[in-house]
Design a protein around this ligand. Sequence first.
Ligand code: SF4
Length: 471
Amino acid sequence: MTDGRRGRLRARWRRLAERTRPVHPETGRALAERWAALPEHVRTPAQSLGRHAVGCEGTHGVFPKCNLTCTPCYHSADANKVRVDGGHTVRQVDAQMAYLRERRGPYAHAQLIGGEVSLLAPDDHAEALLTMRRHGRSPMSMTHGDFDPGYLRALVTGDDGRLRLPRVSFAAHVDSLMRGRRGAVRPRTEAELHPFRERFVQMFRDLRAETGLRSYLAHNMTVTPANLGQVAEVVRAVVPMGYSMMSFQPAAHVGDDRRWKESYTAVDVDAVWAQLEEGLGRAVPHQAIEFGDPRCNRLGFGFLADGAWHPFVDPAHPAELRARDAFFAHFGGVAFSNTPPALLAVKVLRVLRAHPGDVAVAAGWARSLVRRAGGLRALAGAARRRRLGLMTFEVHSFMDAAHVGPAWDLMRRGVVAEDPQLRATQERLAACTYSMAHPETGELVPACAQHSVLDLAENAQLRTLLPLTVV
Ligand code: SF4
């Protein structure tokens, strides 16, 4: 073999080794940084932040306007005075995602969020999503869901009618605290909105049948004392509809104070979780996997089989906890979503080559999970009937602006608050799982601080830059 040929083969082998390495070095670096910066109390064996996840991301100031009114609304009073402008959106998304790519590495989940995403022209919306993908982000569009099938079609297909976005993720925010939805302008109960929740899923099903479009759909709901008692009923109705996630946000006093209708302190994560469990008719264990500070996030990762929900890891089963520990220790940082299956298989094999004992640990977990879920035959039957699918439950509790403002201000000056409430707020901000990028200042900002502090000046500026009426 000539030297030239040997060199080319070596280079090809190096490229293959790089491509199949289980964790990208920049992801490894971002994970280590996150773990090192976490407050001690959240560095538990259950913690996924800094061990598997770098955290979620969201856009800000890219399209603040919305055409529904929510009570409460997290956006500042100026948000609806800013014109939706696709060019601005795409430029901002590009800059913010480039910065997140630099700080958080090549893969992360990111929300295309602002006011209402469907106010963007379909081409601009598509370009924003493609821009996010170019920066390695898995984008999710945040919407109130009140748009027509024609909009979805125009979003995902190009001029030639072929799919330009073969897979999309959407989170539909639907609850009775919202005003102005077509056909349910002023809903009195959550039940009135079930047909709208169903219609949203159906829109994606119809387009899938026609074009092959794949989708991941989440259902979001704000919870206040006014609708807390209806959460169980919403869970019962929504679980069979075809969403893959249900996320609940207990309301916080943040954003436009003209839209705060009552005190929201009565609704906490435990109250919402109790409703979730009542609706499902079973306990939803969340202790095995944490994401940031448990006062911010509580999650139940699992799946539905023939309508019954099962967690992926039940902390009551030691074999499953052993598998979780091995996963975080050896597979943390492997990009399981959006990696082509063959490439993912090679990455997994490379991990197993270094940790062959994990095969037995994984088999123990699978045995335990299959037993609790009714046996292999039951699961295979559910798969055959196409009644097997992911379902994650989440409660995300934003914080009140009155606490976030001073806590964030002290943090930026490197001061640890003495006041217990502000110190707790700082701890949560330090373990934040939902960041927004500010390339202009070199900061990654927790969404709580964005909405409580930075949105006000940002939207006031945007109001001048992008006035509703162009003169
Ligand atoms: S955005 Fe706020 S509530 Fe959410 S994880 Fe960050 S600090 Fe916690």
